[in-house]
Design a protein around this ligand. Structure first.
Ligand code: PLP
Length: 405
């Protein structure tokens, strides 16, 4: 076994189960291992590397800013944060933005903001505010995020959990309406459930939810940590339904794949309830994070990555549908967030990913049945052809094994 794998296993925790490859270099849509083997990255760090590896503009911004000023904390102003927040608000049509680092921290921020709004504006009685979330959601790994989760594995033996969360079926506006009570502060929803298995709700779902929330004085908070920033072929996935949420979460690709940068964005009347000292983060919004965030946003727009995501996503899904393997139960997704559902009675998704690794294609299963395909948004047709061809060969091999056990 590779020495560094041994070291990770010996000294690390076992909370991940990586594929057996040691990566040493990345450029664009490709990464290389220590032996110089090249792999097409069809996973882009769970959608965090949307700009591709080592994007020259991001590297340049990182080096320039790191040599000048990085972390001074929010106890002082820097020249970088204001322009970043302004650009993020302009591009999302939100009024205000609060910077954090990880997606889970942005979620925690949104929960606090929604509760504060419920008590101070909606008039909910102290400690009674409730947040509705969806079955199958993924909002991160903090205690509040797993308190909202319906996944047994994410919760088992981590209780007790903070109260005040309620789950409803995903994709069903009537279930949301029935769950709303006078103390409901907010409805948290992913426009496409990423970790939940690339689940795309029926078209119009989000628009119906927005209408129900508005009618019932409930905040609509869209978690676009994974689906935002062009991943689904529009700048925000909620735009597929023409929806402008009251609160919005961005993360992952916001740091250009180089640095953790997240934002909670919201209406002014929600965000302005925060007072100095109510909430914060030592690293959130530091000059380096803000520089990378702004550069990451500008690149998405200036290099047409959102449009490329829409076009390449269609091309990828068409290629996958043409494979016509009996092992494939479904091909679904939006833009470059694509799920290939494999029949678990024939082969587990993990084994497909392991075999794809041998063919130089990196991806990762979500749950046991779905192969996630979410490459950098810079990907081109030739690269997609390589991925589809490797998937076709891999599935054909498993079919043959099935036929000749
Ligand atoms: N929300 C969504 C929709 C996510 O997909 C994720 C991560 O996969 C998170 C939140 C948590 O982000 P992070 O891992 O940066 O804490």
């Amino acid at each position: 076994m590779d020495k560094v794998i041994e070291l990770e296993r010996r000294y690390g925790a076992t909370n991940y189960h990586p594929l057996p490859v040691v990566l040493t270099r990345g450029s664009g849509c490709y990464v290389w291992d220590a032996q110089g083997n090249r792999y097409l990255d069809m996973m882009s760090a769970y959608s965090a590397v949307s700009h591709g590896h080592a994007h020259p503009r991001l590297l340049d911004a990182l080096q320039r800013q790191a040599g000048q000023l990085s972390v001074v904390s929010r106890a002082f102003y820097t020249k970088r944060l204001g322009p970043f927040l302004q650009r993020a608000c302009e591009l999302t049509a939100m009024d205000r933005a609060l910077p954090m680092n990880s997606g889970a921290e942005a979620i925690e921020t949104a929960i606090k903001a929604a509760r504060k709004w419920a008590y101070e504006v909606k008039g909910v009685a102290a400690d009674r505010a409730e947040i509705i979330a969806c079955e199958g959601n993924f909002h991160g790994r903090t205690l509040a995020a797993i308190a909202m989760s319906s996944a047994e594995q994410y919760r088992k033996n981590f209780g007790p959990f903070p109260p005040g969360f309620k789950l409803v079926a995903y994709g069903n506006p009537a279930a949301l309406e029935a769950a709303i009570r006078p103390q409901t502060a907010a409805f948290f929803v992913e426009p496409v459930q990423g970790e939940g298995g690339i689940r795309v709700p029926p078209s119009g779902y989000l628009a119906s939810c927005a209408e129900i929330c508005a009618r019932n004085e409930v905040l609509l908070v869209c978690d676009e940590v994974q689906t935002g920033l062009g991943r689904t072929g529009l700048f925000l996935a909620c735009q597929h339904d023409g929806v402008k949420p009251d609160g919005l979460l961005l993360g992952k690709a916001l740091g250009g794949g180089l640095y953790p940068v997240s934002l909670f964005l919201a209406r002014a009347d929600v965000m302005d309830l925060f007072r100095p000292g109510d909430h914060g983060s030592t690293f959130g919004g530091n000059a380096l994070a803000a520089t990378l965030g702004l550069e990451a946003l500008d690149i998405l727009v200036e290099e047409g990555l959102v449009e490329n995501s829409a076009e390449m996503g269609r091309y990828l899904r068409r290629g996958l549908r043409e494979i016509e393997s009996p092992l494939v139960m479904d091909v679904r997704g939006r833009g470059l967030l694509v799920g290939l559902e494999i029949d678990p009675d024939r082969v587990m998704a993990r084994r497909v990913c392991e075999r794809l690794l041998r063919y130089g294609v990196l991806t990762k299963e979500t749950h046991d049945t779905v192969v996630r395909l979410a490459p950098p948004l810079t990907i081109q047709r030739d690269d997609i052809d390589i991925a589809v061809s490797a998937i076709r060969t891999t599935l054909a091999e498993f079919e043959q094994q099935d036929d000749n056990p």
